[in-house]
Ligand binder design. Structure first.
Ligand code: CO8
Length: 258
């Protein structure tokens, strides 16, 4: 565990191969302001480049929220040009997280709205407390999502339900989020930590380099036409074979070792 936390808007801890980033503005339900997002980017870069980190967990502080979206007190001041530039910049952070070659888990402990859901959707796996609430309510402010929400939501859950969530701006509960495959699992609030720990344990048993190749194959391939995507999978299959871990994994099976 780090002795000092140099950040003001997030908590960042590294322990047992896991980097945990906690969005930490509980008084505003962990709303994303520029300072928080800048710190998030910095922590993600640290976690990506630290060879001792295998898996990254992102969560929110306090009982109530994972993240209630972009900080509206900051948004209200933006000109159209500034809003567009800020959206591109914030998208860069979610895309960075999606592309970095380590598993990223969203541990969703409460409200997961707007930019908060956009952040969660750029993670690889999402585990939610049964108290969690999801939505892209931007339309209620007469704006639209700008952190990838109009694009990642339909890709994740299909256009029909995504369009409903985007156009009506209503919240859905955790059970509904699971039903539409927006989250991987829903658990009682008091089991959220242990459930994520268990998932992390399962991931830690996998080769980190191969997980990175796998993540890249899925995320890049899904944006290609099938023919090109299958070619890309074959290239990635080759990359996996170039790793020590694959040699050991294949031989280990034949020699009846784990
Ligand atoms: N921004 C700023 N402050 C917020 C935000 C927010 N998004 N959400 C809540 N807060 C503040 C409240 O103003 C309140 O502050 P105070 O105590 O000083 O009055 C405090 O947090 C607690 O909130 P509430 O009193 O409202 O708590 P409730 O339990 O009554 O309601 C809700 C909780 C339903 C979550 C409600 O706070 C709410 O609707 N919040 C706004 C949600 C929203 O509209 N989010 C979308 C914002 S726009 C956006 O995300 C665009 C994304 C752009 C790109 C992002 C890049 C990743």
């Amino acid at each position: 565990m780090q002795k000092e936390n140099k950040y003001k808007n997030i908590l960042y801890a590294k322990k047992d191969k896991v980097a945990t980033i906690t969005l930490n503005r509980p008084k505003s339900l962990n709303a994303l302001n520029t300072a928080l997002l800048t710190e998030l980017r910095d922590a993600l870069e640290d976690a990506e480049t630290d060879a001792a980190v295998h898996t990254i967990v992102i969560t929110g502080s306090g009982e109530k929220a994972f993240c209630a979206g972009a900080d509206i007190t900051e948004l209200v001041e933006k000109s159209p040009k500034e809003a567009s530039e800020w959206s591109s910049w914030a998208q860069g952070i979610t895309t960075y997280m999606e592309k970095l070659r380590k598993p990223v888990i969203a541990k969703i402990n409460g409200f997961c709205l707007g930019g908060g859901l956009e952040l969660a959707m750029a993670c690889d796996l999402r585990i939610a407390s049964e108290k969690a609430v999801f939505g892209l309510p931007e339309i209620n402010l007469a704006i639209i999502p700008g952190g990838g929400g109009t694009q990642r939501l339909p890709r994740l859950i299909g256009k029909t339900k995504a369009m409903e969530m985007l156009m009506c701006g209503e919240h859905i509960d955790a059970e509904e989020a699971f039903r539409v495959a927006l989250v991987n699992k829903v658990v009682p609030a008091d089991k959220l930590d242990s459930e994520v720990d268990e998932l992390v344990k399962r991931l830690l048993s996998k080769s980190p380099v191969t997980l990175g190749i796998l993540k890249d194959a899925v995320n890049r391939g899904i944006e290609m036409d099938l023919e090109r995507a299958l070619q890309y999978e074959a290239e990635c299959f080759g990359h996996a074979f170039a790793t020590e871990d694959a040699r050991e994994g294949l031989k280990g099976f034949l020699e009846k070792r784990k």
